[in-house]
Each structure stands twice: as structure tokens, then as C-alpha cells.
Design a protein around this ligand. Structure first.
Ligand code: PMP
Length: 353
């Protein structure tokens, strides 16, 4: 830290992203990316014409992409916001709506507490119930920024649309942000409820089900008023925050939605296969509606399993936090990747028992 850094940031503990190792090729099941490449249409769209046009600024309004997304979700373009990954939108939301504080679970996406800290937002941490379900009643009537990942990360557990609606209804004086990064793998999206509730902010991403993690593209659906707030912040920080290639890739992605729906189906099937196989090996697994599972072995500690797998070329995610240190978060890869993962787990368990 330099002596020049504002004292506001001196105590800030930055977010630690999952490992993105460059040393060797791993079976990478640690950051919830899709095992499937973007559709052929995306590869065609990011062509040499588009590259030549990199000399020009991109459209800050992302008009084509916004129109295509609005059509897909059957909402108006004034209800759609696009930004540089959904992290960017979460950042803006904490900046815009945190005056009276923010409430979120103890075990949830680790970036919420970082954004709260960054923007001086007071946090109310609401512990998950035993069994890691959301204490939904505790989120009612708070009238501060409410942030819920649905499905939650790293647990994979989802809440119903009725529960979301009850929480939104009971917080009429504040924004309720539902982070739906993983909703396409079996959850229920709340985007349609945004027509009814002007305080609901539904945030999604192209990083998981749409195979564009490296492209950095997130979107939100909400009332026109909320979208205008987010646009105001975007235009006051970095209006060109979605580059030309990503806009082209995003548009082609939306136009080939069927390809991605098919991939989601395959990932859900592979998830169920992996859960069944791990249960045979004595693992306890939380019920997941995401493209990852949260699993605990009855034979080996979370840390040991993570380290042994890494040594053998398979990366999963371990969080050394008291409540969840026995668990590991395992991204669902392709069927072939999961077979290698399972074989490697068996080898490790065989070595330890
Ligand atoms: N929300 C949750 C719950 C996540 O796990 C992630 C991925 N790390 C994000 C949001 C951010 O995703 P992105 O910025 O790639 O859209």
C-alpha cells in the first residue's frame, strides 16, 4: 500500500477470485465456467471486420444487444441494463442503494461484503439456517438493500419465486437485488416480477450458462427507474465498458439461445450423475440448482481433498471458512471431465483409507 491511498481504502480486503492458473492445464472445476465453448455463431460474429472496427469506440448503449435481450425476455429495452460482467452491476447497486445498509447471508457470494466495504455500506449479515437454507423471514421488512443469490453460491440451494415475491413485497422502501448468476441450471427467475415490483432488481450474467465468462457481460432487468439509476452510474464511470467484440459475441449468443438451453440440459444431467456417484462414495451433497455442487466427504477433509485433487491436475474450490471448511465447491464440467474427476477422487480416497 502506498502512503497516498485514501484512508477510506486502507482497511479494504479485496475479493480473491478463484485460481486461474497459467502453469499447466487442469481439469478446471473451480470457477463455475461452462465446459462448452460459445456457439459457432459467436465465433463467426467476432470476425476480422469487427476486429478492424476496434479503432472505433463501441456503442455505449449496446442498442443491438439490448434490443435482442429485451425480445428474448419479452420486456422493453428501457427495462434492460448491460454492463461489464454482473460483478459490475452488483458494484453499481451497492454504490446506488446502500445508504441505509445492506443485508445478505453469511454464506453467499464473497463479493457482496467487499462491495459493501468499498462503498462504506453497513452490512447486516443474516446466517443461513442449519442445512444452509436461507432464513427467508429474516429478510422481510428490512427496508435496506437486500441482496440474495438465487440459487445461492457456494451452496447451490435455490429459493422459490413465491419466497422472492414475499421478500420483495415486504421491503417496499428499498431495492431487493436477486443475483441470478446460476438461475439457468434449474432455478426460477424473478425477471417477470419486475413488471409488478418497481423495487426488484434481477441480475444475470453471460458468464455461466452462456459460455462467455472471459467476454465479461452481465445484464439486469428491472423497472425503468432502477435501470435509469444504473445507467447514470455507468455513464458517470465508464460508458464504453462493454467492448465491441463482447457486444458482437453477446448478440450472437442471444440469437442462438437454443444452443445454450441444450448445454444447460446437459450440465443438469451431468450434475445429477455426479451427485449420484459421489453419494456412493459417502459424500454429503447439498441440493443444487446450479452448475456446481457443494459436497462434503465423510472420509477426508475439504482442504485435503482440494489439495490432493490439485496435485493430480483437477481444480475445485475450497473455502477455508469455519462454517463450510469441510465442503468443497465443484463446478460441473463435461461428462468426460466429471468421469476423470470421479476416478481421481476414488484414487485419493483409496490412498487415504
Ligand atoms: N454472482 C455470483 C453468485 C457469482 O458466483 C458470480 C461469479 N463469480 C458473479 C455474480 C459474477 O459473475 P460475472 O461478473 O462473471 O458476471
Amino acid at each position: 500500500m502506498s502512503e497516498f491511498l485514501s484512508s477510506r481504502f486502507s482497511g479494504l480486503e479485496e475479493y480473491t477470485p478463484g485460481e486461474q492458473p497459467q502453469d499447466k492445464k487442469y481439469i478446471k472445476l473451480n470457477t463455475n465456467e461452462s465446459p462448452y465453448s460459445p456457439s459457432k455463431k459467436v465465433i463467426e460474429a467476432v470476425n476480422s471486420e469487427e476486429v478492424k472496427d476496434l479503432r472505433l469506440y463501441c456503442d455505449p448503449d449496446c442498442k443491438k444487444l439490448k434490443t435482442a435481450l429485451a425480445e428474448l425476455y419479452e420486456v422493453s429495452t428501457e427495462n434492460v441494463f448491460l454492463s461489464n460482467g454482473s460483478d459490475d452491476i452488483l458494484n453499481f447497486a451497492f454504490m446506488a442503494y446502500g445508504d441505509r445498509g445492506a443485508a445478505y447471508a453469511d454464506i453467499t457470494y464473497g463479493f457482496y461484503s467487499v462491495f459493501a466495504e468499498l462503498h462504506g455500506v453497513e452490512s447486516q449479515i443474516i446466517p443461513l439456517n442449519e442445512g444452509f437454507t436461507l432464513n427467508t423471514d429474516a429478510f422481510k421488512g428490512l427496508n435496506k438493500l437486500v441482496v440474495i443469490a438465487n440459487p445461492n453460491a457456494p451452496t447451490g440451494i435455490a429459493i422459490s419465486l413465491d419466497t422472492v415475491e414475499a421478500i420483495v413485497k415486504s421491503n417496499p422502501e428499498s431495492v431487493v437485488l436477486i443475483d441470478e448468476a446460476y438461475v439457468d441450471f434449474g432455478g426460477e427467475s424473478c425477471y417477470k416480477l419486475t413488471e409488478k415490483y418497481s423495487n426488484l432488481l434481477c441480475v444475470q450474467t453471460f458468464s455461466k450458462s452462456r459460455s462467455l465468462a472471459g467476454g465479461r457481460l452481465g445484464f439486469a432487468i428491472a423497472s425503468k427507474e432502477i435501470i435509469d439509476d444504473l445507467e447514470k452510474i455507468k455513464y458517470s464511470t465508464n460508458p464504453y465498458n462493454i467492448n465491441r467484440l463482447t457486444q458482437a459475441a453477446g448478440l450472437a449468443t442471444v440469437k442462438d439461445n437454443g444452443y445454450y438451453l441444450e448445454n444447460c440440459k446437459r450440465i443438469i444431467e451431468t450434475r445429477e450423475f455426479t451427485v449420484a456417484e459421489l453419494e456412493k462414495l459417502g459424500f454429503e451433497i447439498l441440493p443444487s440448482k446450479a452448475n456446481f455442487i457443494f459436497a462434503k466427504s465423510n472420509k477426508i477433509s475439504g482442504k485435503e481433498l482440494y489439495e490432493s485433487l490439485k496435485e493430480k491436475g483437477v481444480l475445485i474450490r475450497h473455502f477455508e471458512k469455519p462454517r463450510i471448511k469441510d465442503y468443497n465447491r465443484i463446478t460441473i464440467g463435461s461428462r468426460e471431465e466429471m468421469e476423470i474427476f470421479l476416478k481421481t477422487v476414488k484414487e485419493i480416497l483409496g490412498e487415504t483409507v
